[in-house]
Design a protein around this ligand. Structure first.
Ligand SMILES: [Cu+2]
Length: 463
């Protein structure tokens, strides 16, 4: 548990002025609107029933306890959330995938001071893109996220196609012992490999939940992998499932779901055509392990609505700028293992090890004196990350503040997906193009949190 000394407190309040918690809204839509009433997100510890038996203690969440609320907001309108910290350690909130103002990005030292116990922080932003996103702390993340602080955020567009029902699945594991209580969050030998897996898998904090959905109807299934480690290979049994969006952005061409891999931080939107017969069940499975695992299931209810997937309108495209490849500058981004430099002590938690590096530099942890930026980018200019994974493990690499387009891979044919998180496979080289259109320091890191916290983090500066 990080100790909050008076000295730390003074240091933090000194930086607070420099960052400035601005309430003015400079949205990408160019409108200056008054901030709405904030949604209160009270971070707190609680107990919850994750497995049978005594409830799990030391759960961390926001709100009344239990699953973090699904935050829904319209695209292009200002949204306000007040983080109120009732934990006994500092925290922040990062809005994963939202291309918003740097001051609202929730990264300690890089974009804002820590929010200490008893303090508030007002986040105000205007989401430019519609789709499925999520939110989580960016402080002591293996503990805070591992203990429950991973919530789903949905940005709605009034022109979105109408579905007969919507089901949101927040996929995550828990590292619990047989008594239902938390065990050690990681094993160093696993952190140096694929990461340490949880012992209990859940969707919406339940094991293999079942939801009712109209027979013959079209269901929008929003799947978010908020786990700190697990990569899924998703498959639907008993119904046709069509991929309509990945990582919040509509896919260029819809395709049937067939063993799609998605890693921590990623989202998948499916249009599921429910079976016609009442009582028929469609099951979402993860087949990445040796035996398929049921994630959740949908049970058909009522008379068939006899809907056709072809009737479903298109999702509105998000206004992500297209990179100009003829003038784009290349930025190498090589992921490797390292044995150098032990991590520095930080009040946002350190795992005490350094296993990973980006361009041979292992991230030292949250500090007021971080390493130099990976690159300094010119506002408005196009860039291409030449991302290369020379490790034997897959890494979901997440960029804050801007979205990129996947343009090529050394190992597979790619479609030009727009995304904020790319799951790079071992020995894969991939090109990710983007326009540096959002000023500020933006972190990029592996979303396997043990990798992030043991070196696989860096940042770019857009000026
Ligand atoms: Cu990784």
């Amino acid at each position: 548990m990080p100790l909050i000394t008076r000295r730390n407190l003074i240091k933090a309040s000194a930086v607070a002025g420099a960052y400035g918690a601005g309430m003015a809204i400079a949205g990408r839509f160019g409108l200056a609107e008054a901030a709405p009433e904030p949604r209160i997100l009270a971070a707190r510890k609680t107990e919850a029933q994750i497995i049978e038996g005594p409830p799990t203690r030391d759960i961390m969440t926001w709100g009344d306890g239990g699953l973090p609320p699904i935050l829904r907001m319209p695209r292009g309108k200002p949204y306000a959330a007040r983080l109120s910290n009732n934990l006994d350690e500092p925290t922040t909130i990062h809005w994963h995938g939202l291309r918003i103002d740097n001051k609202m990005d929730g990264v300690p030292f890089i974009t804002q001071p820590y929010v200490y116990t008893g303090d508030n922080f007002d986040y105000v932003f205007t989401p430019p893109d519609a789709g499925t996103f999520w939110y989580h702390p960016h402080c002591n993340t293996l503990t805070q996220m591992g203990h429950g602080m991973t919530g789903v955020l949905v940005v709605e567009d009034p022109s979105d196609p109408v579905f007969d029902a919507e089901v949101v699945l927040n996929l995550r594991d828990w590292r619990l012992g047989s008594d239902g209580q938390f065990i050690a969050p990681f094993r160093p030998r696993d952190a140096a490999k694929a990461g340490t897996y949880g012992t209990i898998r859940t969707a919406n904090w339940q094991q293999e939940p079942k939801y009712d959905a109209p027979a013959g109807g079209l269901i929008r299934l929003r799947i978010v992998v908020t786990d700190v480690t697990r990569i899924f290979s998703l498959k639907m049994e008993g119904a046709d499932a069509t991929v309509i969006a990945i990582d919040g952005n509509p896919v260029p061409k819809r395709f049937p779901l067939d063993l799609l891999q998605i890693g921590p931080g990623q989202r998948l939107d499916l249009a599921v055509r429910m079976p016609d017969g009442e009582g028929a069940v469609a099951t979402l499975e993860d087949i990445r392990g040796t035996t398929p695992k049921v994630i959740a299931s949908l049970r058909a209810t009522g008379q068939s609505l006899k809907r056709d997937i072809g009737d479903l309108g298109a999702l509105a495209e998000n206004p992500v700028p297209k990179a100009d490849l003829s003038s784009a500058e290349a930025i190498p981004l090589v992921l490797s293992a390292t044995a150098e430099n032990a991590a520095v002590e930080s009040i946002c938690g350190t795992l005490g090890y350094s296993f990973w590096a980006i361009n041979k530099v292992p991230w030292p942890g949250d500090t007021s004196d971080p390493t130099a930026p990976l690159a300094e980018l010119k506002l408005g200019k196009s860039y291409v990350f030449n991302l290369e994974n020379v490790t034997p493990h897959a890494h979901p690499i997440h960029l804050h503040g801007m979205s990129f387009t996947v343009i090529s891979s050394s190992t597979r044919e790619v479609v030009p997906l727009v995304s904020d998180t790319y799951l790079v496979q071992p020995d894969e080289k991939v090109q990710l193009a983007f326009v540096a259109d959002n000023p500020g320091d933006w972190v990029l890191h592996c979303h396997i949190i043990e990798h992030q916290k043991t070196g696989m983090t860096s940042y770019v500066r857009v000026v």
